[in-house]
Design a protein around this ligand. Structure first.
Ligand code: GDP
Length: 356
């Protein structure tokens, strides 16, 4: 499954957020290096369509799509020099499909800031610089190997050129995802700054209602997406029943929890979308890549569905809701038979036909 790696300086609230993500008891301690082992947390993608589907099909339960997060131990200034958590950190982060950087915006004087003061812009620069340095080292090592392989005619000159272009951009202090270099040929290097990024600002609850401040912070990371939450409140929200949680959110002027936002924006950042299936047992959202074909989408349920794919009967969610039932959608010509070439649309409601 695709996962998002959570990074950030020590004491910015990663463990607190992660506790909320897993609703378990990962140690949230007020000192640097509290999080050493990577952990995985899963959060459901909120999808109000499932409840509507369940009503139409009389489904017993709802199964939303989910996004996984890996809590990766904190980076410190100089981590890429091997001073901090170097190698294990790099190994973990390389496996992540996207990176969520938690940035401290809360001001609590009782929580020590590793650099002495709360400054989101400077914190992001510290982290991003470490990631850039790590990539520079990776590319430098690879270039030595590439030059040899080029001499032995094992690779094309374009591979070396791509690596050199990446090296130049990194030397300029750029994140590779902010350049238009086509990195396909050196994908095997797993460069960190080539991954999609998103930013999670952990702010005081009053800031959540301060539109001007939020716009300022969002501008710091654009075009990457920013999420704003109060990790302490998130960890309280997961302990509450839905009615009380909604009340707490309303009291701080929010209509969606930070975790729901994180799932939604994380999903987009990973380039994913969902399609839906429903029956008397369950109404379910399935995760696919944006642009997936019908057979690939069927493969999300079972590889045999992809191998034996024949076609799918597809009704758009909007059409299904409007007509009120599959039978009525068919009668009105809203149910389409789609074949192998069909590109899935978000919210397609599907019944697959396949050979086993
Ligand atoms: P990590 O090192 O990034 O994993 O940070 P932790 O989650 O362990 O948080 C460090 C300290 O900051 C802990 O004492 C938390 O209780 C506190 N903390 C985390 N998030 C918030 C927040 O949103 N507001 C306040 N006031 N304190 C927080």
């Amino acid at each position: 499954a695709l996962t998002i790696g959570i990074v950030g300086l020590p004491n910015v609230g990663k463990s607190t957020l992660f506790n909320a993500l897993t609703n378990n008891d990962v140690l949230a301690a007020n000192y640097p290096f509290a999080t050493i082992e990577p952990n995985v947390g899963v959060v459901n993608l909120p999808d109000p369509r499932l409840a509507q589907l369940a009503e139409i099909f009389g489904s017993e339960r709802l199964l939303p799509a989910a996004v996984s997060f890996v809590d990766i131990a904190g980076i410190v200034r100089g981590a890429s020099e091997g001073e901090g958590l170097g190698n294990q950190f790099l190994a973990n982060i390389r496996e992540a499909d996207a990176i969520a950087q938690v940035v401290r915006g809360f001001s609590d004087p009782d929580v020590i800031h590793v650099d002495g003061s709360v400054n989101p812009a400077s914190d992001m620069e510290t982290i991003n610089t470490e990631l850039i340095i790590a990539d520079m080292q990776t590319v430098e090592k690879a270039l030595v190997r590439f030059e040899k392989e080029l001499k032995n005619r094992k690779i094309e000159a374009s591979v070396v050129e791509t690596a050199k272009a990446a090296q130049a951009a990194l030397n300029d202090g750029k994140l590779l995802s902010h350049t238009d270099i086509d990195l396909e040929e050196i994908r095997e290097l797993g460069l960190l700054t080539a991954k999609p990024f998103l930013y999670v600002f952990n702010v005081d609850e009053v800031v959540l209602q301060d539109e001007a401040r939020l716009a300022e912070l969002a501008a710091l990371v654009a075009p990457a997406k920013a999420i704003f939450l109060d990790a302490k409140i998130e960890s309280e929200l997961v302990e509450l029943d839905p009615a009380d949680a909604a009340e707490l959110l309303a009291s701080i002027g929010q209509d969606e929890s930070g975790l729901d936002q994180l799932a939604r924006v994380g999903f987009e950042t990973l380039g994913l979308q969902t399609y839906l299936t429903a029956g008397p047992k369950e109404a379910r959202a399935w995760t696919i890549k944006q642009g997936a074909t019908a057979p690939q989408a069927a493969g999300a349920i079972h590889t045999d569905f992809e191998k034996g794919f024949i076609k799918g009967e597809i009704i758009s969610f909007a059409d299904l809701v409007e007509t009120g039932s599959v039978a009525e959608a068919r009668a009105k010509g809203k149910a389409r038979m789609e074949g192998k070439e069909y590109i899935m649309q978000d919210g397609d409601v599907v019944e697959w036909r396949f050979n086993v």
